[in-house]
Design a protein around this ligand. Structure first.
Ligand code: GDP
Length: 312
């Protein structure tokens, strides 16, 4: 069986880690958001791809990003030199960005470099950037248009958002992306931020259309539980954009793209209104606390999607 997961950062990485522990990892393809990518001192940083890679390798930092136990010698030295270092990069993590940037400058594509990095980390899940082309998310706020990391890290996601722009929306999908979605027995929209992780992938040429016609089972997992985001700005974005902060609002954004919407047990009461949107809906435990929690949620989602027999 082939599983393809549309993935943002931490929520997606935890789900994929759980999934890779309950099915054969080589049967999984993660199609990953690159619209959070940034240039840091001239280096190409891909936060979501790196979060997936480090998490799948069991190396992720305490808060879900970076490398666990990493040192910050370079960052501290940059600060001593007078740099305004609001984006934190550890020393081991830095090697990833140096390697990626060197290979990109020498002519490799992001897909090729990602495959090499993932293999070097012993990860057997296929990780594909959704596109090899520049495709940034611009966050519209009362303080003007901001690059995503400027909004998310420098301003800690605290300014109200009025909208988004994707100037690279005509980006072409990276090799293998559309096929991975079209040929999946199960296509999953991970519990990721719908506005800044999933939508930027859906606007890449052909991705939305391919998912909307994919013959496999299509499932989304709500990142909103009981009216709050587990972490990050998804709830604040729903609110400032005028949506009700609920799993139902996320389900509405995915209308026509999924057959089944999975909410947490805490949101069981929302099932009738989600079903009224024209998709099936189930409630199960989706809280990925600890490694065991990740595997449990993966098992719950596979069972809800009718693939219980695929679980090892
Ligand atoms: P980011 O790019 O690192 O912010 O990562 P994502 O877009 O993948 O994930 C952020 C979303 O994942 C947030 O909206 C969280 O609410 C959601 N999330 C994180 N952990 C969990 C969890 O354990 N369960 C569920 N259902 N959602 C989660």
């Amino acid at each position: 069986m082939k599983i393809t997961v549309l993935a943002g950062g931490i929520g997606a990485a935890r789900f994929l880690h759980g999934l890779a522990n309950v099915v054969e990892p080589s049967s999984i393809t993660a199609v990953c958001n690159v619209s959070d990518d940034l240039t840091w001192h001239g280096l190409h940083v891909s936060p979501d791809l790196d979060t997936l890679m480090y998490t799948l390798a069991g190396l992720e930092g305490e808060f879900g990003w970076g490398v666990r136990g990493d040192t910050q010698t370079t960052l501290e030295r940059l600060r001593e030199l007078g740099g305004d270092e609001w984006f934190s990069i550890g020393d081991r993590d830095l090697a990833t960005h140096l390697y990626r940037t060197g290979r990109l400058r020498a002519g490799s594509t992001l897909t090729e470099v990602t495959a090499a990095l993932v293999t070097a980390h012993g990860v057997r899940v296929t990780c594909l950037p959704v596109t090899d082309e520049p495709h940034p998310t611009i966050v519209r706020t009362g303080e003007g248009d901001l690059q995503f990391q400027d909004y998310f890290v420098r301003l800690r996601g605290e300014v109200p958002v009025t909208g988004f722009d994707f100037p690279g929306r005509d980006a072409r999908p990276a090799p293998g992306v559309l096929r991975a979605i079209a040929e999946a027995d199960l296509a999953v929209i991970a519990p990721s931020n719908p506005f800044v992780s999933i939508t930027p992938m859906l606007v890449v040429q052909g991705v939305r259309e391919t998912l909307s016609r994919a013959p496999g089972k299509r499932v989304a997992i709500s990142p909103i539980i009981a009216g709050s985001a587990v972490k990050g700005p998804a709830a604040a974005m729903l609110e400032s954009l005028g949506y009700e902060v609920s799993a139902t609002s996320v389900a509405r954004l995915y209308q026509g793209l999924v057959d089944l919407f999975v909410v947490d047990t805490a949101d069981e009461a929302l099932l009738p209104e989600i079903r009224a949107l024209g998709m099936d809906a189930v409630a199960t435990d989706t809280m990925m606390t600890g490694e065991e929690g990740r595997a449990r949620v993966a098992r719950n989602v596979l069972a809800a999607a009718g693939f219980a027999e695929s679980v090892a």
